[in-house]
Design a protein around this ligand. Structure first.
Ligand code: GLN
Length: 555
């Protein structure tokens, strides 16, 4: 029999960037540690159909799921904390909700009736929420994070939808958690609860009484203050919790557990009372501690170096691999545009590993190529991801294979040395080999999105890292390795270590005569987990640590 799914709605108040996604994911992690089946969903009130085309400056990274959905970085937190592979149903935006209502209207499904925000938009939102709690393997608990801040005009239909759902599903099956901010005013030497009271009132005014108030604050709140918040926000005294600033984001599940947040949630929703087993998270924290004893420096050569959020998963994947190897990674973000042949050795001096991540557009590409040349010639471990792999192929073609004009079609149209190009056969290829995931969606566009199989060649770095012949990795790119140059490049020493199972698409390249040099067309960072670092990141970090040893030995 299908299980009855309980829904936990998480709203945010006072200001944005309080870490609602992290809080939701962390609560999910503790509930999962209690042996419950947990899923999670993000509802974003903005009107974009998906965040794929949003500027990383505004929005952080675009996270890609196995089924090729482009989503925002909160889905990455969810996957990492809950160790789940999420899909289309786990994320939606107001844009997508409106799109489906309007499509329905065009098809005449409303029979000429007036189409309105209430009930049509709210019904569509409810449908979307309920879809994650259905089916044979319905989870015990579904966490639903409402993006934005209470009081935003765009957020209203979403709040109305969760208000209605609670009335429909029953009080015992739904829970409202409100994440608020309790600032510490140092001039007065006190915490201030007024903003929390106000945002709770804003929720109450639209009919939502929070059951739990989660206070984001610098330090744990004194009991009297929690009692005051409970009194004025109309919740139980034991229903006010804190989400304190932590040094390490993976500490949050442990902090929630210490305060008993999961017990309160379990009581309110009448969930089985098993104790949470957080030994994995504790081990992670002690490994972090241990990691502080030694460190290496990894240079990340990118375009959006000022904005770390746009490399979120990459950053986390490196942290996971560093921790697993009990080493702190000092990440030195280097602006690719600043790198020239004259300053590359100064800028990259003292790095034990060099990583060129994915990206779009020509800006900074020549600098990336210069950094790759430096890594290849100086035998420093190199890891190229997506555009980073494409740049590695260009670098090799230019400087080793004698194709002086080698480039990517993304940056040079009329060029007979485009070693990276748009596969004209791509559409036919898709039709023949890949089930088309959703004919009507933007996935029908030119980007290769989502997980694709890759077959590894025995004896290569990739094979040694993965220790298995067939893998699935997530893609998000338009251009591909140009097979016309396969022979020329491999004859000169480029190793093609991973391809699509039919050998048509080149997915991984590497160098044999180098400590560790590998570029992959996919984004391995999306599948790294805190307790299960990604094999390629792990191998790259191991090689970099090795390189660090030789540096200190020789100095
Ligand atoms: N711009 C390149 C392409 O479209 C690489 C994309 C990426 O790095 N994600 O193929």
């Amino acid at each position: 029999m299908a299980r009855k799914t309980r829904f936990i709605f998480i709203t945010g108040g006072v200001l944005s960037s309080l870490g609602k996604g992290l809080a939701a994911a962390s609560l999910g992690a503790v509930l999962k540690a209690r042996g419950l089946a947990v899923t999670i969903q993000k509802l974003d009130p903005y009107l974009n159909i998906d965040p794929g085309t949003l500027n990383p400056f505004q929005h952080g990274e675009v996270f890609v799921t196995d089924d090729g959905v482009e989503s925002d970085l909160d889905l990455g937190h969810y996957e990492r904390y809950l160790d789940l592979s999420l899909s289309r149903i786990n994320t939606t935006t107001a844009g997508r909700i409106y799109e489906s209502v309007l499509n329905r209207e065009r098809r005449g499904e409303y029979g000429g009736g007036t189409v309105q925000v209430i009930p049509h938009i709210t019904d569509e939102i409810k449908r979307s929420i309920l879809s994650i709690g259905q089916g044979e393997d319905a989870p015990d608990v579904a966490l639903v994070e409402i993006g934005g801040t209470v009081g935003d005009i765009e957020g209203l239909p979403f709040l109305e939808a969760i208000r209605q759902l609670r009335a429909e599903l029953g009080r015992d099956n739904c829970l409202n958690i409100h994440l608020s901010y309790v600032p510490y005013i140092s001039a007065a030497g006190e915490y201030k609860t007024k903003p929390t009271q106000h945002s709770t009132k804003a929720l109450l005014s639209i009919g939502i009484q929070p059951d739990i108030i989660l206070c984001r604050c610098e330090k744990p709140l004194p009991v009297e203050l929690k009692n005051k918040i409970a009194l004025f926000c109309n919740v139980d005294k034991d229903a006010v919790f804190t989400s304190v600033d932590v040094k390490n984001i993976y500490e949050v599940p442990l902090k929630f557990y210490e305060e008993g947040l999961d017990i309160k949630v379990a009581m309110l929703l009448q969930l089985p009372a098993r104790h949470a087993d957080l030994s994995g998270w504790r081990k992670l924290m002690s490994d972090f501690e241990e990691s502080s004893k030694r460190s290496i420096t990894i240079a990340i050569i990118g375009k959006y170096v000022e904005l770390k959020e746009s490399y979120k998963s990459l950053h986390e994947a490196l942290v996971h691999a560093g921790t697993a190897n009990l080493t702190t990674l000092n990440l030195r973000y280097v602006n690719a545009e600043e790198i020239t042949p004259d300053n590359v050795d100064t800028l990259l001096k003292g790095c034990q590993g060099i990583l060129v991540p994915g990206g779009f557009g020509y800006r900074g590409v020549e600098g990336k190529i210069e950094a790759i040349r430096f890594a290849r010639e100086k035998r420093i471990p190199f890891f190229g991801i997506c555009l980073g792999m494409q740049c590695a192929v260009i670098e090799f073609a230019r400087h080793v294979a004698g194709l002086a004009h080698a480039n990517s079609q993304e940056f040079s149209q009329q060029n007979d040395q485009n070693v990276i190009h748009l596969m004209t056969e791509w559409y036919d290829y898709r039709k023949k080999n890949i089930e088309v995931r959703d004919e009507n969606s933007a996935l029908g566009g030119t980007l290769r999105l989502g997980a694709y199989p890759c077959h590894l060649r025995p004896g290569t770095l990739a094979d040694k890292a993965y220790k298995q012949a067939d893998i699935f990795e997530r893609h998000r790119h338009r251009f591909e390795f140009n097979n016309m140059f396969r022979d020329i490049l491999t004859e000169k020493g480029l190793v093609i270590s991973g391809t699509s199972p039919d050998d048509v698409l080149v997915e991984i390249v590497e160098l044999a005569d180098h400590p560790w040099f590998l570029g992959c067309q996919f984004h391995p960072e999306f599948k790294s987990r805190p307790m299960r670092p990604h094999p390629l990141f792990n191998a790259f970090v191991k090689a970099s640590i090795q390189c660090g040893y030789s540096v200190s030995e020789s100095s």
